[in-house]
Design a protein around this ligand. Structure first.
Ligand code: TXA
Ligand code: MG
Length: 329
């Protein structure tokens, strides 16, 4: 397919977004997690445009966004009670559920896998758009493949301008990291990607332990979970121990990514605090924008990142930091 050039518009016009989507084009849409690059999930020629625009390999399947659990049933052969319970509890919201797919879902969307990933997003504009359209929306995060996900319309514009006709602006994303992906293997719940719904919240809802299998580099059940996802272009290193934060450093172009405010910091160093008070939700909200800021800062060559406490949303934040660091390994 030949590449079309678009004069990319940013706006809040739901009808304009709907018209482009109905015409089989891609539109960037806000969700509460990150911005998505959306197209008609039931139309292969529209879905192909997502892969082309993102430079995304065809083996990496797409999440299908639906208004609610009832709508999801049109695309799933079965909805096991445990997963249905999670949908009832966490939808609309940052939870993606893998269910056996119906034939109506193109193989292109699932990369030929037997399950389809379904999510009902909570962002009010996304919900209104989905209610307005006669089809569900396939949407990966609206970034070039392998880069940090966008959490504002401007982030999307910086990377996809000229490639898509419209960016629906819903303001900064309130969650800031991608959805949690969950499915079942035999009778067990398995989390394939840590994300906006903490594992603890899921376990509390179903009252059983959940298996977390999100760290593998080549996980056949979630092939998109590559170790190097979410990477900024600059070198990112994980600070090994919170106890020994440097108070002086020789490195001239250092950026410090801190989870919370510290008293003593090295002089002449760029520093971004994800949450002044050490609030995990706030840190998640600010994470990707902070990585982008460092990426475009001339005075930063290396980013040292502090990990968060490994609980709740902190696990998902640490997961993103580790993947960003793995790019350099
Ligand atoms: O929060 C989110 O989930 C955002 C917003 C836009 O909804 N979307 C998102 O999509 O993060 P994406 O494409 O960047 O990541 C989706 C991942 C894929 O890389 C893959 O690992 C997994 O979801 N996935 C999607 N469909 C799958 C399927 N049928 N089977 C297994 N894994 C699947
Ligand atoms: Mg992504």
């Amino acid at each position: 397919m030949s590449e079309t050039f678009f004069h990319t518009q940013i706006g809040t016009d739901l009808e304009e977004a709907a018209r482009w989507l109905e015409a089989g084009q891609c539109v960037a849409i806000p969700t509460e997690t990150v911005y998505g690059l959306a197209a008609n999930a039931l139309e292969p020629s529209a879905v192909v445009r997502i892969f082309e625009t993102k430079n995304r390999p065809a083996f990496d399947p797409l999440i299908v966004h639906v208004p609610d659990a009832v709508a999801a049933e049109a695309y799933a052969e079965a909805f096991p009670p445990l997963l249905r319970r999670l949908a009832d509890r966490f939808w609309p919201g940052p939870l993606t559920i893998l269910l056996p797919k119906k034939a109506v879902v193109p193989d292109l969307v699932t990369s030929g896998l037997p399950r389809v990933a379904l999510r009902a997003p909570a962002h009010p504009l996304a919900r209104r758009l989905l209610a307005r359209l006669p089809f569900p929306l396939a949407a990966p995060s609206a970034n070039p493949f392998g880069y940090v996900s966008p959490t504002t319309a401007q982030h999307v514009y910086e990377q996809l301008q000229g490639k898509i006709p419209y960016i629906l602006d819903g303001g900064p994303c309130t969650i800031g990291i991608e959805s949690t992906i969950i499915g079942m293997e035999d009778d067990a719940l398995v989390v394939y990607r840590l994300g906006g719904v903490p594992v603890e919240a899921i376990e509390k809802e179903v009252n059983t332990p959940v298996v977390v299998r999100s760290h593998s580099a080549s996980n056949p059940a979630a092939p998109g979970m590559l170790t190097t996802h979410y990477a900024p272009r600059k070198r990112l290193l994980l600070w090994p121990s919170a106890d020994h934060w440097p108070t002086s450093t020789q490195e001239p172009k250092l950026g410090l990514l801190l989870f919370k405010r510290r008293q003593q910091l090295p002089a002449h160093t760029r520093c971004i605090v994800l949450s002044e008070t050490g609030d995990l939700a706030e840190a998640a909200q600010n994470l990707f924008a902070a990585l982008r800021t460092f990426d475009s800062a001339d005075d930063v060559e290396t980013i040292w990142a502090e990990q968060c406490p490994d609980t709740g949303l902190g696990r998902a934040i640490n997961d993103r930091l580790r993947r960003a660091a793995a790019r350099m390994a």
